[in-house]
Design a protein around this ligand. Structure first.
Ligand code: GDP
Length: 426
């Protein structure tokens, strides 16, 4: 059976922890999109890890981790992440890399930096991991598939020279930087070939057999619905689809195999980078939530940047769940809110004097003002509670109010960063 785990918001919902829990019961975990631009934070018996490209199953001896064809594969980054785990005592994980995954090239990172620099104040707030240039090249058909590394060297070299001819026009005349040497890129690719060789296979065929054998497969999404290039806050989105439906394509399996879509929703809002964020809060109110948020504060797992903070946004989260096709919701970081006397929830957007519950396109979103409903806080520490009925009444009211707004059952409530800090609802 195939399950997907995805985010309903702007990312950083705490997917890492839920994935880590679900991975324990999975045979295969697949990354299907994105690259090393976002990170999961996982705390387990080996320590605290920020995984950027490896799937969360890497800590278990019984799982196979797959980097699917939809991923932006940064080869040295992947190899370093594997080395780092092993050096911290994690047993060597079993990893397979799709022969159809494309390679994140060193110049993708450069172009990401150059373009953000050029845009100045109008920049996207990119993590500068090369993701946007990577996907641009993929769809412009000038990307490099892993399989091409194993083609004859003359063809590979010819392609490198051809692709760099146009890239260097931009480097020289738009960005005014040092030209990229095709010979060096070719040599790098040969190094990449040897680094990745042990892991490469036809992962789609592998998954086809695994599904036939009834194996448990988990598709692991990165970021959240609101960062999807089609359905998110375009253009302040990521460059590959963050939706569970894309999981089928990015892993190479039929869409109808995905039976369960566990959508992670955060009990308040946070976002990194620029873009519309209707329920955003500022000043001391935001600082306090940021400081108390997540595990040791709300700061980016990849960049360390302070995250933007806000109240729970029911309009955005309901839409986020709908676009994911959520079958169940995991509500996370609820414990963080225990300090508040009252907790506002954004239940509508006022746009041009009219209140809507539907998440609009970006040009309308820019005009949206939050309409809040204020619920009473529970003013209690809820960490350590394992039984839903033992939660303070006001806390259950908060959860049940959100559930009604989402129109999807909340089956799990996370009340702490640790792997077993989870309350299952019957
Ligand atoms: P992801 O990108 O969705 O995996 O999100 P991250 O893992 O980057 O961010 C979530 C942060 O919140 C991490 O530091 C987690 O350890 C932490 N976290 C996850 N769930 C909970 C929770 O229920 N309570 C608290 N306090 N922290 C949590």
């Amino acid at each position: 059976m195939v399950k997907a785990i995805v985010g309903a918001n702007w990312g950083d919902e705490g997917k890492g922890k839920i994935t880590d829990m679900l991975a324990e019961k999975s045979d295969i975990i697949v990354r299907f999109q994105g690259g090393s631009n976002a990170g999961h934070t996982i705390i387990n018996d080996y320590g605290k890890f920020a995984l950027h490209i490896l799937p969360s199953g890497v800590f278990y001896g019984h799982t196979t981790s797959i980097i699917g064809n939809g991923v932006a594969l940064n080869i040295p980054y992947l190899i370093n992440e594997i080395k780092d785990l092993v050096s911290k005592g994690v047993p060597e994980p079993k990893i397979l890399v799709s022969d159809r995954a494309q390679i994140l090239m060193p110049y993708h990172i450069l172009f990401d930096q150059y373009e953000e620099e050029r845009l100045g104040k109008k920049s996207f707030g990119s993590t500068k991991s090369g993701i946007a240039p990577f996907y641009s090249d993929k769809y412009a058909k000038i990307g490099f598939q892993v399989s091409e590394l194993f083609d004859d060297e003359a063809s590979l070299k010819e392609k490198v020279y051809r692709v760099l001819e146009t890239k260097n026009v931009l480097v020289e005349h738009l960005y005014h930087k040092e030209k990229i040497d095709p010979e060096e890129i070719f040599r790098t690719l040969i190094e990449y070939r040897e680094m990745i060789r042990p892991y490469v296979c036809d992962t789609s065929a592998y998954l086809h057999e695994a599904i036939k054998e009834g194996k448990n497969v988990l598709l692991e999404g990165q970021l959240g619905s609101l960062k999807d290039p089609d359905f998110g806050i375009y253009p302040m989105v990521t460059s590959s689809s963050t939706l569970a439906s894309y999981g089928a394509i990015g892993a190479g399996i039929p869409g109808y195999e995905i039976k369960d879509i566990i959508t992670v929703v955060k009990a308040y809002s946070s976002a990194v980078g620029a873009g519309e964020f209707v329920s955003e809060i500022f000043g001391d109110e935001a600082d306090e939530l940021r400081r108390r948020g997540g595990d040791g504060g709300e700061y980016g797992a990849t960049t360390g940047r302070p995250r933007r903070m806000g109240w729970f946004d029911a309009v955005a989260s309901r839409y986020g769940c709908r676009m994911q096709g959520a079958t169940e919701v995991a509500l996370t970081v609820l414990d963080v809110l225990g300090y508040l006397d009252e907790i506002p929830i954004c239940v509508g957007y006022e746009i041009d004097g009219k209140v809507t519950r539907d998440f609009p396109t970006t040009h309308l979103l820019k005009k949206a003002k939050p309409v809040y409903k204020v619920l009473p806080g529970w003013k209690e520490e809820i960490r350590g509670i394992t039984d839903y009925d033992k939660l303070p009444e006001k806390c259950r009211e908060y959860i049940e109010f959100i559930e009604k707004e989402l129109e999807v059952p909340i089956t799990m409530v996370s009340n702490g960063p640790g792997r077993h800090e989870i309350i299952y609802r019957k």
